[in-house]
Design a protein around this ligand. Structure first.
Ligand code: ADQ
Length: 440
């Protein structure tokens, strides 16, 4: 396949890892993104890529199935019911084995291998079995649930044992690490000292939090470019120059609380707290996991909700909600962040949420307000956001109004403090700290 045909897949993981790999001379082992595609290793965008194929049935059973219909909802507080099926589990194990073999073949003697995310939780132990010489790290990008939820999983022991093949298991928040340590004790009877888990064979596995971040510098310089500034102005004028532009940017996922924020906005309009024409809500929803049933239902329900709000609260030529089911490039995204007075990030549960941090990175003008769910990992660091519980619609409405009505002085104070945090803890620092800890 020609170079020109490659596209980055949307989502937080790729956004976070690509700059790290580009700066180190590493190889990325991954699925190329379409079924039954067999490709040779190749270089692209400053990275050495090693494709691992998945058959059409594996995409269905392993990727859409066990990864995204079992683990994803279970690890996100069961906000949708997880599917437990032995057929899906078998596919998960088979594909994890394939990745472990690919890494075992590729890695040099004593190399460092860093395994990413919930789709590959069995790989650490499988890889250690094949290549005991390697240093193995694992990072989970999504939340790690407490025992009360994790216990539901019929293969709970196997997953813990899989992760324990790593030397270092990283989580977004300290709570994830302590859930993991507690489960290793309760389910496997393993002793621990602080964050070190002691295995029966004498090996020690560390579990700790490494909150992921964004490339602050890239966004910060991008939004200072004249064409982005120009585009941001243009976006506001295309929206009819309202006093306030509110923005949501998410993968279309039921964990992101898109329905809750639209409900809050719709009620604010309906009760007259926001005057007609005063505010425009732009919701960008990237298509995601479109063949998983729960995602099809979500799309229908969000689109129905947008239609209702616009039908009831709009006027000819003026729709309060602009909804786009599309993926955008970096430039357009940056211009949108710059154009938005209020960024609304309201997940019901989220490992971190990079969108919140991207928004902060773009606001060197110290304007703009962030409404942020308490259930996003980012809330640990971004205490100066307008924090809200997305299940509490009245509370969410209050937070959105407070963000809209805040004084410039208050906004710049909050923004300055959040920018200090993200500029110090950027994605490079995240990777360096994880890898330094792994190699120590
Ligand atoms: P995601 O669930 O994908 O990531 P998030 O962290 O917000 O969520 O990352 C989304 C990324 O996709 C952002 O970089 C954003 O810019 C990009 N994106 C979103 N919509 C887009 C669009 N329409 N067009 C183009 N790009 C778009 C998972 C976890 C998170 C965790 C990350 C990283 O669920 O909790 O923060 O991994 O660890």
């Amino acid at each position: 396949m020609g170079e020109g045909t490659w596209r980055r897949s949307p989502g937080g993981l790729v956004t976070a890892i690509a700059p790290v790999l580009q700066r180190r001379e590493g190889a990325w082992i991954g699925w190329p993104g379409s079924p039954d595609e067999r490709l040779n290793p190749f270089d692209h965008d400053g990275m050495h890529l090693i494709p691992v194929p998945l058959s059409a049935s594996e995409v269905e059973l392993y990727y859409e199935g066990f990864s995204n219909a079992t683990l994803w909802p279970l690890y996100h507080d069961v906000v949708a019911p997880p599917v437990y099926s032995r057929v899906l589990w078998d596919a998960y194990r088979t594909v994890n084995e394939r990745f472990a073999r690919a890494a075992a073949e590729e890695a040099a003697e004593n190399a460092v291998v860093w395994i990413q995310d919930y789709q590959l939780q069995l790989v650490p132990a499988m890889l250690r079995e094949l290549r005991p010489d390697l240093r193995i790290g694992f990072f989970l990008h999504i939340p790690f649930p407490p025992g009360e939820l994790f216990y539901q999983l019929p293969w709970r022991r196997e997953l813990l044992e899989g992760l324990l093949g790593a030397d270092l298991v990283g989580f977004q928040r300290p709570g994830g690490a302590s859930n993991f340590i507690r489960l290793c004790r309760r389910l496997l009877g393993l002793a621990h000292q602080k964050n070190e888990i002691h295995l029966e064979d004498g090996r020690v596995v560390r579990a700790a939090a490494f909150p992921i971040s964004v490339d602050f510098g890239e966004f910060d310089s991008l939004v200072r470019q004249p064409h982005i500034v120009e585009r941001a102005k243009e976006i506001r004028s295309e929206l009819g120059d309202p006093e306030c532009v509110l923005l949501g940017v998410d993968r279309l996922d039921y964990t992101k609380g898109i329905g809750q924020r639209l409900k809050a906005f719709g009620e604010l309009l309906h009760e007259g707290s926001i005057k007609p024409g005063e505010a425009a809500f732009v919701q960008i929803a990237t298509p995601s996991r479109e063949r998983v049933e729960e995602y099809m239902r979500l799309r229908d329900s969000i689109e129905l909700q947008v239609g209702r709000i616009n039908g009831e609260q709009g006027e000819l030529g003026m729709q309060p909600v602009q909804y786009m089911h599309q993926s955008y490039g970096r430039d357009e995204l940056a211009a949108l962040y710059l154009a938005a007075d209020v960024m609304v990030v309201t997940p019901l549960r989220d490992g971190m949420n990079l969108v919140a941090k991207e928004y902060i990175s773009c606001r060197h003008d110290l304007r703009g307000a962030l409404v942020l769910s308490e259930f996003a990992g980012a809330a640990d660091e971004l205490r100066q956001a307008f924090l809200a519980n997305p299940y509490d619609i009245d509370g969410l409405k209050r937070a959105m109004l407070a963000a809209m009505r805040a004084t410039p002085h208050d906004l710049s104070r909050r923004m300055r403090s959040m920018r200090r945090r993200i500029s110090t803890y950027d994605v490079d620092r995240w990777a360096k700290e994880f890898l330094a800890d792994l190699e120590s």
